[in-house]
Design a binder for this molecule. Structure first.
Ligand code: SF4
Length: 910
């Protein structure tokens, strides 16, 4: 039981609403203490400030941190990092399994030191939702859900066994099993509490301190929860592990862009249209790395599910968060989703006591910049064909698609000619059905993604549109693979209760699973004859989906044009069977009486949607479906779980292996020393993504990872993806820099994960070269251009780099999270100065590299020297900046990374 601090006399009491009082760290009291005009700060900043104040212990968080954030200025230069201790962590299974592997490895290391493995225990609650593994192998049939679930369990049994071990080994680690829902929707509907409490001791009496629900998640769309007034965003696995073990998550003090929302939506416009409009608008406003906060009367009138949808797109518009402050709508949502009345009362009382109740109106808060959004201007839209920010007004889709078709590939087009456009290929599918496909044919129509499935209004709209279409006798084109994958079972409950699911089924939008499916690229195979025709004729076909990302090859490797849209529009385009259509004036089908049917004939009114919703959504359903969900999945229960505090590693497993991070762990940290005699493992250009460094998708048979799996008796059909094998460092290290699209300039920009072993210049895979260098005791560096490590946060991109033996990455610039992940894995990020690049320095990979000036007194952002010795013996000294940015990162680096640092602290404290 901890004794709380009384810094600035801010520990106050508030009314819990049940006759009792609780303790809290009061922001109004902090303002009274003279730390700044706190009541004028953006609400999101105030919530972070509460955490900084409450966790101020003079070690992890200093009084100076409180003062600095309390005095946040809307437009000051941003140099200070904020130590943010979060209340809880959420994980999805692709990123969560490797994180649990690291915790298990830490326990094994502690056991080897002769200590109690239970020393390693998450200090904050951790919830892992298994949602990323289900694939749409089967679609358009009544048994699709059951068969996809069977296949999922067959493929992932070892991983799920391991998760079950984690559930029994760690007291604070919970798992939402497969078949229940999608992480962010489950978080919104069930996991989020709004206000949390922890025990403390005040004047010898046991008490409780209440505090805002805050979190980080190992998934970029963690921001969905910002729609419920909860601060949270996606981080890499390494940062999440540190957060789990009580370390703050560090981030640069942000600008906060206010979006003043006014007006209301017009008939025929959905919340998805608003989300796509906001995405386009904020991308243009360059909000990368900033908080966005929505306010004004339009925001206040928006239901939480609409807010959550806009918040969920924050990664697409580039913001750290898309935050909506707290008000009556939030507590209304908590009640409507079955949260206990006591919790709802506590929630309201807490935020009222903090002065945080209500969506701010114009002039009440000082933002770095204010943008305007009038909801009445939003029109039905889609986004694509390649980027979520490329919004297209619905009537313009036909024209825009045609233009994209002929635009050069370098300008987000397809580089085709007018003649290619009119192709129509007859195809006889495996089912015996026949179809004609050509340019613009829709081959996948997916109601998918937590973004949309968490919002009943757009799901009901899809069902109502399906009903009207079926009543008119319309059918979905046979070439379309249609699917419905909601983010929670609540959706199925209301679609069944309203009788709408049966109409969706008639259009082949049968339930395929409760998981990410098409949104994450798990769209499953196309009919082989269709796929063959697409590849053979190089057709630009389309997918339509209610997802949030549409980069080429993400949805399906053979489908080039991918359009994001609302669920009712997904159904409409499935009926039309093509995207080169103007649905505002062209019919999408022919009724059984022979008359043309237009979108306007099928589109439900706002009143129809509202009336249907009211009869279907009840709090009891949420309570029922989220009660004992673990026991509601027999397949999960059938999986045997290992027991024990330390994991009994299975040497034969190809999914779960003990990583070597703590193999020779001792309590002594290393020292910081110069790097000498290093060779370049690769020289890369600009915008190398984390997916280039550590791919998530298919494992090539001929790749080092593929060869490893074959040698271990895994048939090619059972390879699964890199994403699902992140619990096995042997696969992942072999997969590092193995993306088929990565271009190593040492090989003249040839694609694929190869390099030249120096000094002999032998061409080989990057993995084989790295292993040979390790045998020779040669340290490695990687050279890169601008924005190294851009894309989703992926801890294996740093882990794999470290395990290959790379000591430093020297780039022109780094993506924020990947830079911190490199430091977190003990890899030195160095930044070229004065416009130097691999090109200006004429580097070809035959050089020897030394990093000079590195030593025990290293300071954040210190200037160092990179000495480059060419093959002919000529040496040049190049200035580089050490991108270890904060004092705590120096400690991480000294310890060989964040995990050894935390482990030493935990063992020393025990
Ligand atoms: S459904 Fe899509 S947005 Fe939601 S968690 Fe899955 S992949 Fe992310």
């Amino acid at each position: 039981m901890t004794m709380p601090h009384r810094l600035f006399d801010t520990l106050h009491e508030f009314d819990l609403g049940d006759g009792r009082t609780g303790q809290f760290y009061s922001l109004p009291a902090l303002e009274k203490a003279g730390l700044g005009p706190i009541s004028r700060l953006p609400v999101s900043i105030r919530l972070v400030l509460e955490s900084v104040l409450r966790n101020c212990d003079g070690q992890r968080v200093q009084e100076e941190n409180v003062r600095a954030l309390a005095a946040w200025q809307p437009t000051a230069p941003r140099t200070a990092e904020i130590p943010f201790v979060v209340a809880r962590i959420v994980l999805q299974d692709f990123t969560g399994v490797p994180l649990l592997v690291d915790l298990a490895a830490m326990r094994s290391a502690v056991a080897r030191l002769g200590r109690n493995p239970k020393l390693i225990e998450p200090l904050v609650p951790v919830d892992l939702v298994v949602d990323h593994s289900v694939q749409v192998d089967v679609a358009g049939s009544a048994d699709a859900f059951a068969r996809n679930l069977d296949l999922e369990f067959h493929r992932n049994r070892e991983r799920y066994q391991f998760l079950k071990w984690g559930m029994q080994a760690f007291g604070t680690f919970k798992v939402v099993p497969p078949g229940i829902g999608i992480i962010h929707q489950v978080n919104l509907e069930y996991l989020a509490k709004g206000v949390l409490a922890s025990g403390c001791q005040i004047s010898n009496l046991k008490s409780e301190i209440f505090y805002p629900d805050t979190l980080v998640g190992t998934d970029s769309h963690t921001t969905m929860i910002n729609g419920l007034g909860i601060v949270g965003w996606g981080v890499g696995g390494i940062e999440a592990e540190a957060g789990m073990l009580g370390q703050p998550v560090y981030f640069l003090t942000p600008d906060v862009v206010g979006v003043h929302i006014t007006g209301s939506l017009r008939e025929g416009v959905t919340a998805t249209d608003v989300a796509l409009t906001v995405t386009q608008m904020l991308r243009r406003a360059k909000v990368v790395g900033k908080f966005v906060e929505f306010f004004g009367p339009g925001a206040a009138a928006m239901p939480v599910v609409d807010r959550a949808m806009i918040a969920n797109m924050a990664p697409e518009y580039g913001a750290t968060m898309g935050f909506f402050p707290i008000d009556e709508e939030c507590v209304h949502y908590l009640r409507a989703t079955g949260r206990a009345p006591d919790q709802c009362r506590l929630y309201e009382n807490y935020y009222r006591a903090q002065g945080l109740w209500g969506i701010p109106q114009q002039g009440q808060v000082d933002y770095s910049q204010v943008l305007e959004l009038e909801l009445g201007t939003v029109v039905p839209s889609v986004a694509g064909p390649k980027r979520p920010q490329d919004r297209i007004e619905l009537p313009n889709l036909r024209r825009e698609f045609f233009q994209a078709f002929q635009r050069p590939v370098t300008e987000n087009g397809f580089g085709k000619t007018r003649q290619d456009f009119s192709r129509a290929i007859p195809v006889e599918m495996a089912t015996g059905r026949k179809a004609w496909i050509g340019t613009g044919s829709v081959l996948i129509a997916a109601i998918t993604s937590c973004t949309n499935t968490s919002n009943p209004s757009v799901m009901i709209a899809a069902g109502l549109l399906a009903r009207k279409a079926v009543e008119r006798g319309l059918k979905v084109n046979p070439a379309v693979k249609a699917s419905l994958a909601p983010g929670s079972r609540v959706v199925s409950d209301y679609l069944k209760k309203t009788g709408l699911q049966k109409y969706l089924n008639k259009l082949r939008f049968n339930l395929v699973g409760y998981g990410c499916t098409t949104c994450i690229g798990n769209s499953g195979p196309l009919d082989p004859a269709l796929e063959e025709a697409v590849v053979k004729h190089d057709l630009v076909t389309a997918s339509v989906l209610s997802g949030n990302r549409n980069f080429e090859a993400r949805v399906h490797q053979s489908i080039k044009a991918n359009f994001l849209m609302s669920p009712p529009l997904v159904v409409a385009f499935a009926l039309a069977g093509r995207v080169d259509i103007d649905l505002s004036c062209e019919p999408l089908g022919t009724a059984k009486d022979g008359s043309p049917v237009f979108l306007a004939d099928l589109w439900p009114t706002l009143a129809e949607i509202r009336d249907t919703l009211q009869s279907a959504l009840k709090p009891e359903i949420f309570r029922k479906l989220y009660r004992d969900f673990a026991s509601q999945n027999p397949k999960w229960n059938e999986i045997p779980a290992r027991t024990g505090d330390a994991y009994a590693w299975d040497a034969d497993s190809t999914y779960i292996q003990e990583p070597p991070f703590f193999g020779s762990f001792s309590m002594e940290p290393g020292t910081i020393a110069e790097i000498g005699g290093a060779r370049a493992l690769g020289i890369f250009g600009d915008s190398v993504t984390t997916d280039h460094i550590s791919p998530a998708g298919a494992i090539q048979q001929s790749s080092p990872a593929g060869q490893y799996l074959l040698e271990h008796g895994v048939a090619f059909e059972e390879f699964n993806s890199y994403g699902s094998r992140r619990g096995n460092d042997r696969v992942m290290t072999r997969g590092t820099f193995a993306n088929v699209r990565i271009k190593n300039l040492m090989l003249g920009g040839e694609e694929g994960g190869h390099t030249l072993l120096q000094p002999e210049g032998t061409r080989m895979s990057i993995y084989d070269a790295a292993m040979e260098y390790q045998r020779r005791g040669t340290p490695l560096v990687v050279i890169a251009g601008q924005e190294y490590g851009t894309g989703s946060s992926r801890d294996w991109a740093a882990k794999g780099t470290s395990l290959l033996g790379v000591k430093a990455v020297i780039a022109q610039s780094f993506e924020r999270i990947h830079r911190s992940n490199l430091v977190g894995m003990g890899v030195l990020p160095l930044q070229f100065q004065d416009g130097a690049t691999a090109g200006t320095l004429n580097l070809d990979g035959t050089e020897i590299y030394e990093v000079l000036g590195l030593g025990p007194t290293l300071k954040p952002q210190q200037d160092l020297t990179l000495r480059i010795t060419r093959r002919n013996g000529a040496a040049i000294d190049v200035p580089v900046r050490c991108r270890i940015d904060t004092p705590i990162e120096i400690d991480y680096y000294r310890h060989g990374g964040i995990l050894p640092f935390v482990l030493r602290q935990l063992v020393a404290k025990a």
